[in-house]
Design a protein around this ligand. Structure first.
Ligand SMILES: [Fe+2]
Length: 367
């Protein structure tokens, strides 16, 4: 017998040893998460108070363009989600929009409230330095006082939830985690055009709800709207800070909470449209009214926002979707209907601040 011939006995031993041998260490590891470098990091940094700045809205520059919707010319689909809120777009690579196209995008989002762009893997894979460059075109980037961010990139706000942990702002003692809000409306200059996308998502669920605060206002009677225009309300970040100080959502408060007074009806600086500007998450009281009056009016407005599905749109997150909304004229809520399967939902938000809300009623005193 040749020395290279394998006997039946040897073959049997080899198979046995293959079965018994443990796999090498590298085979045991889970495949590395593609966006692990963008997972939430909760630094112990402390930030000083935000300072006022002058915001020039990029959408205003597109008003003088011969065709302000030129950036959509190559789209293969431009589809209204509802008549008054939201447009879904296929065939436009946001990452390749130049300055002119970005200005047009800002104007279109101001007009439609919400835009959903599919197939944006190029944008997502360009990474955090690109996200910052993108966002700075639209305004000074907000740094969230409590949320997690990718290490070294505090301007990128992250949401994250999996089977074991959540870094979202939600209450587990409520019948629903749905909470309509406009992001960080407690700031003196809350965000304008906001970009958000998911890096990981459940197979189904985790949609986002949006509503048009322009439509919400239009449903109210003229005399009531005239009264609302005379009002201003306190928006507070204290409860959010306390939530984090209680050890939840990463447990970090890097900038002391603030509250600011905003008009109940604000005017968009570019379109001139009026929008209701109160939200259940951050609006606490109407200035100058008795407590019961304030509570009654706010409860009516919050309920009106909640139940008016005719003003709302719902976004399903197919992979590589980027959603942009104008935070001044819309409100939104996450839907937490997933998690039992252990799937993660990991999202990143780029949040440029805009102007101090402009009252619809000229001369309204906001001091
Ligand atoms: Fe939000």
């Amino acid at each position: 017998m040749s020395t290279t011939t394998t006997t039946v006995q040897e073959t049997t031993q080899n198979v046995a040893s293959l079965k018994l041998r443990s796999p090498p260490e590298e085979e045991k590891k889970e495949p590395e998460y593609r966006y692990a470098h963008l997972l939430p990091h909760f630094s112990a940094d402390r930030y000083p108070p935000l300072t006022p700045f002058e915001h020039v809205d990029p959408g205003s520059r597109a008003l003088s363009h011969p065709n302000p919707r030129e950036f959509l010319e190559r789209a293969t689909l431009v589809d209204e989600i509802t008549p008054h809120l939201g447009t879904e777009v296929v065939g436009v690579n946001l990452a390749e929009l130049d300055s002119r196209g970005r200005d047009q995008l800002a104007l279109e989002v101001a007009r439609r409230g919400l835009m959903v762009f599919r197939d944006q893997q190029d944008f997502i894979d360009r990474g955090p330095d690109f996200y910052l460059e993108w966002g700075r075109h639209f305004g000074r980037l907000h740094i969230h006082p409590t949320s997690g961010h990718p290490q070294g990139y505090p301007e990128i706000h992250l949401v994250y939830r999996d089977l074991k942990k959540t870094f979202n702002f939600e209450y587990d003692d409520a019948v629903t985690p749905t909470v309509w809000h406009s992001d960080v409306s407690y700031e003196l200059q809350p965000p304008g055009l906001t970009t958000f996308f998911l890096l990981a998502q459940p197979k189904s669920g985790g949609d986002t709800l949006f509503t048009s605060q322009v439509s919400t206002l239009k449903k109210l009677s003229p005399p009531f709207v005239a009264f609302l225009r005379t009002l201003k309300a306190v928006h507070s970040g204290f409860e959010q800070a306390e939530f984090s100080r209680g050890g939840r959502r990463g447990g970090t408060v890097r900038r002391e909470p603030v509250e600011h007074v905003h008009p109940v009806v604000r005017r968009h600086p570019v379109t001139g449209e009026e929008a209701l500007y109160v939200n259940r998450q951050f609006t606490r009281r109407i200035v100058g009214l008795k407590r019961e009056e304030s509570e009654t009016i706010l409860k009516f407005l919050f309920d009106h926002i909640d139940k008016s599905q005719d003003n709302q749109a719902r976004v399903r997150w197919r992979p590589n979707t980027i959603v942009l909304w104008d935070n001044r004229i819309t409100a939104h809520s996450a839907i937490i209907d997933f998690g039992e399967g252990g799937e993660a939902r990991h999202g990143a938000r780029i949040t440029p601040q805009a102007e101090r809300p402009i009252p619809a009623l000229d001369g309204l005193d906001l001091s």
